[in-house]
Every structure is written in structure tokens, then in C-alpha cells.
Ligand binder design. Sequence first.
Ligand SMILES: [Mn+2]
Length: 481
Amino acid sequence: MNILSNDSTEYINATSQMNMLFKKAKDKLLDAENVTVYTHTDCDGITAGSILTTVLDRLEIDYDIEFREINTVESIRCDSEIALFSDLGSGQDISNVVSNSNQTVIILDHHPSIRKVGYQLDCGATLIEINPCNYGLDGSYTVSGGGLSYLFAREFGYNDLSWMGILSAIGDVQNTRNNGKLCEVNREILSDAASIGAVDYDNDLILYGRQTRPLFVALSYFNDVKLPFTGDKNEAIYFLNDLGIPVQDDFGCNRNLCDLTFDEKGVLFRKLTSMLSRTVPSKYTVHVPKLLMGEYYEFPNEPFHTTFRDASEYSSAVNACGRNKKYHLGMMAIKDRISVMGELDDVTKAHKRYIAQTMGSFNSGARDVEILDNIQFFDGGDIRANVVGTICGMLIGQYDWQKPMVAYTHTDDENPSYKVSLRCSKLLSYVDNTHYGNIVSKVAQKCGGSGGGHSVACGAYIPEDNIEKFISLLNDTVKVI
Ligand SMILES: [Mn+2]
């Protein structure tokens, strides 16, 4: 799908149809006395929940909020006047969620819908499904669940929540197209946020950890391609010394990417570009700048060098809450952070510590990765299922970055199965626009499971007995790309 400019007829038609639905949903909400919000458990879902409950707080409407995994949506039975879904609902059968004609189901989702526009519920309840995919926009980059929630909030005049729409878009990695810049509906939200001074953005050198990670640490985490300092902080310090970029400031504090001067960033960018161009096979060379340059989004009202200034670091903190099932904490981290600062700190620190320990078990040789012809994989064993994807992503560059990294961990559901995660270098997806989420989804179906996700970060659930078949089929499928 091509990215639309915001003054194209297609874009204007699509958004004006959605705007009509937002108005309809607004009227229903203003009439309601109680609402239940159902939202997803990741950063996007938690942010969507924060936006919607802020709207309900301000309107003084009674509500409950439930954070839901996708596979539990179809069993929801709601007694409230309005069942309000965000970041999920479109891909699920919601025909039994409500049971009488006085109720309303509102869905704000950006994943493809299983229903046609105009679908009606048998019980006579009103269904208002607002989904960009229904109007020719691509939900993976045009807008997130939180972004749709913000557009809904905007109907009530709450433009001050626009920054949350940006946080959720970044949490949902919606900035992978368009040279690392948010586009289409997300761009509109960005302009709302920038116009009130809630978000700053610019083109810049991009390395994760812009505000809080010492630059040499950020470099050591670079793993889209294996460079000499990948996984080696000392090597990263030598590298910076060689370039004449001081690792510490005059007061002995480590310098982070945000502390570098414009000239220093230029030196670093040119050096990294030449190293990468020499390292990668020629088919990747043209895509190298995309690994290094992009747009950053930050919240200028937050102090420098804190997790909450950079959208991508902030979204990691919210995700850490989600992965540790601290959904309300994640939501408070967005709505009223001061009240939860201590607990938030504890959760993110424990999360980081656990990840560091697990990475250590690979470095010490206690765990290992098996490298096949086209993929590399490991049995996650007792690694917590909620962090295995993160670990997977961090290991790519330490083994063979030209092969996707796959990991699986056992789940003890009613039907024992494996939760599979796949992560790969962005370069792999740039060539031929390869979408590993779609590949994993197809292979999972052939193995009696289900899966999907983003182009470079995705996952699946595979029945216990079919995991070996899945790995070998995935290895075969990646080969023919
Ligand atoms: Mn989402």
C-alpha cells in the first residue's frame, strides 16, 4: 500500500467517513450512564485505555476498564450500556458481547476487521466500528488504537491528550514506513500535539536510549547488523574515543545521544554509514541510512535524561508494565505519574535486571542459539514468556543478523502449546518489503496454530506437538523469499 498525502482525495474521504462515526459514537457516549472499556495489554492498548478513561473521568460517566489478551475477547459478556473496545475487537467475533437493543458496542481498532461495513448485531444493539482498514488506510502505520482513541477524545475538545496518541503510535512501532516518520492519520495527531507544544520532533540520528542510555551503551545494543561494538561496551568506548567524541562530560557524567552536538552527530552518522556499507552485502547497502536516520518524538514538558521525555523510551516503560501484568500501573504512568513514581521505578528496574540476567546466560554459554540455513532459534526454556521476544531482538546481532531469530517457550493453557517470538534486523524487511508477521501467520496455520504481527517483530501460538514442524517449515519458507 502506498502512503497517502494528507490532502489527497483518498485520505480526505477515508477520514471524513471515520469522523462521521466518531460523532455518532460521541452522541451515544454522552447519553450513557455506564461504560466498560476493553483494551489490549500492550503499550498501545494501555495508552488507549488511558485516553478513554480520561474522557470518561472528565465527562463524569461511570466506567470499568478491563485489560484483555486477544484470545479472551470473544468470551466477553458486557452488562454496561456501552462496551467500548480499543486496540482490539475488529479481528474477533463480538456478536455475543451485549444482549439487548439498548446497548451499544463501539470498536476503535486498527487491525483488519472480520466484518463488513454496515454489519448489524442480531440482538438489535447498535454497533459503531471505527477502523481505518475499512476505508482503504493501512492500520499498521496510519494510526494506532491509542491514536483512534485520541481522535475520539478530540470530538469532545480534549486536544491536550494528543501526545498520548503519539506515545501509542510509537509503542505500536507505526514509524517503520516513510523513512522512519509518522504519516497519514498519525501525522495529523502529531500536528495537533506540536501545535500546543506537547510534542517536539525532528529528523536526527536514531539510536534507542536517546535520553537515558549512555551513548556507548546505546551503541553496544546496535544489532540490526553486527558491528565491532555490538554487545561490547568497551569496544564502543574505544570507537567513540577514536572519533574524538567524549564519552563523558566535564563533570564526569556519561553523555547520551541527546547530549551530542550537531557536529558530533554528523561525525558519528558518517562513520556508522561507512562501517555499515562496508559490512553488509550489496543488496542491503541502499537501505543502510534508514537504520540510522529517522524522526524522534519527544515530550518537551518532561525533564531531559528521563524515560518520559523520549516517546520510544516512554513506550518501553509502559510496555514493561504490560508485560508484567501491571496494567493499571502502566495506565497511571500515563495519566498521573507522580502518584506511582516509586512503584513504576521498581517495575522497570526489575524488568531491566531480569533481561540483563537472561542475556548473561547466553554470554556465559549457559544457553545457546542453534543456527539453521535460513533462521536461527533457541528453546527459551524457563525464560518468562513475556520477555522472550525482547531477548530474541537483543540477540540478533550477536549471532547471525542476516537470519531472523526465533524463540519459543512453553505455555500451560488448557491446550498445552508453545508461544513463539520472531525478531529480525530491519534490513531483512526492507529488501522486497518482506513482512515476517505474514510469513509467521501462514506457517503457524499450517501447523495448527495462529500468529502474526509486525514486519520485523511477530509471534505465534503453536500446539505442543508441532513445534519442530513449525521451526523446519519456517526455515524452508524463509529460504524461498
Ligand atoms: Mn495496536
